[in-house]
Design a binder for this molecule. Structure first.
Ligand code: SF4
Length: 362
């Protein structure tokens, strides 16, 4: 997919292999050479929709920060210890509820071309911590596969992580560009996961994103190629027909995917960080998600009232475990006190690792 109208190339990465490869693939797109990506913020700041404009511009630059970042879990929530591999920031897709709208000061899609340097840093971290198990992914600051095609990074990352004994690498996506993954020697150590919602929600809230059936078909193809498959129901959105529709999605999963190939399914109901509501109202005037009853919770985020969340989680867990009680289900960004209302026991911090590794799936 190519949705870019302009590519900005930081002169500092002119000689990187990734830069040449992306420019070759985007030969039809105008290029502008820049000294400092920060100068670009002023170019869109005056626009009525800088976030939308940013999605059509690609910035190729150099990472100067840490290669791995801790997922910004809200205070008071039980964390799954996801570690973000920071190679791409922002996303060409456009979901109304996306917390990335306004998360970064730069609204453009940013690609760090010095990928080899970033991966060398990761290699050093993994080698220095042989007893620690890292859960690493690219799916927090962007969609892991939405840029594939013009920016084929996934195969490089899969090949890098396939032989890392103490890392579990996850590509998390709503896209369907899996062709580049299918022939790789991933050694069974890579998980490709899809964020799912009922088609009714996709139609209304996820602009330019693959339909549900296409995502599940991509998951089936990855399963066939030996990958483990994860699913994320996040955000789960409340609306009058939510039960019927989400149950339908769970049914579709288990029609196509063998539960033994699913290390985990995560659940998280809609959360709106402070400041996101007016952005949604302005950018997605037809969206209804901001009109449900929500109250401020951990980190000041608006959430559905606890009894509603508990009811939604319990139903989802019941439907999933109706297919296989061994499928590991966890809650994303929920406080410790809420877990026992959904499950029988409260997990200890970090215990999801042991559940996953216990299953001996890799
Ligand atoms: S796919 Fe994910 S990262 Fe991209 S816009 Fe949607 S929620 Fe945001």
């Amino acid at each position: 997919m190519n949705c870019y109208e302009i590519v900005y190339v930081d002169k500092a990465v002119l000689n990187c292999e990734v830069t040449s490869s992306v420019l070759e693939r985007l030969a039809q797109v105008p290029i502008e050479f820049i000294d400092d990506p920060r100068q670009l913020q002023d170019e869109v700041a005056w626009m009525s929709n800088p976030i939308g404009a940013g999605k059509r511009g690609l910035v190729i630059t150099k990472s100067k920060g840490k290669a791995l970042k801790t997922c910004p879990g809200a205070r008071g929530t039980l964390c799954c210890n996801y570690t973000i591999l920071d190679i791409v920031q922002n996303c060409p897709l456009d979901c109304s509820y996306c917390i990335l709208q306004g998360y970064f000061t730069n609204p453009f899609i940013v690609l760090y071309a010095n990928v080899d340097e970033v991966l060398a840093e990761v290699d050093g971290i993994l080698n220095r911590n042989p007893r620690r198990l890292f859960r690493i992914g690219t799916g927090e600051f962007t969609d892991s596969l939405a840029l594939e095609g013009p920016i084929p990074l996934a195969a490089k990352l899969v090949s890098f992580f396939a032989d890392k004994e103490n890392a579990l690498f996850e590509l998390k996506t709503k896209a369907v560009y899996v062709d580049s993954l299918l022939g790789l020697n991933h050694r069974g150590r890579i998980l490709v996961s899809w964020s799912l919602n009922p088609q009714a929600v996709i139609d209304r809230e996820e602009v330019g994103v693959a339909p549900l059936d296409a995502r599940l078909e991509a998951a089936r193809r990855c399963q066939e190629a030996g990958y483990k498959i994860g699913f994320h129901f996040d955000p789960i959105i409340y609306y009058p027909d939510w039960e019927r529709d989400y149950r339908g999605v769970v049914d579709r999963i288990f029609e196509l995917i063998d539960p033994r190939n699913i290390p985990w399914i995560s659940l998280g109901t809609l959360r709106l960080p402070p400041g996101l509501k007016p952005v949604i109202k302005k950018r997605f005037p037809y969206s209804k998600i901001i009109y449900e009853e929500m109250i401020p919770g951990a980190g000041g985020k608006l959430r559905y009232p606890k009894p509603v969340r508990v009811q939604m989680y319990r139903k989802m867990v019941e439907w999933i475990h109706g297919y296989d009680p061994d499928v590991f289900v966890y809650l994303c960004m929920e406080g410790q006190e809420l877990w026992p209302k959904v499950f029988d026991e409260r997990p200890k911090e970090g215990s999801m690792y042991f559940k996953v590794f216990d299953r001996n799936w890799w």
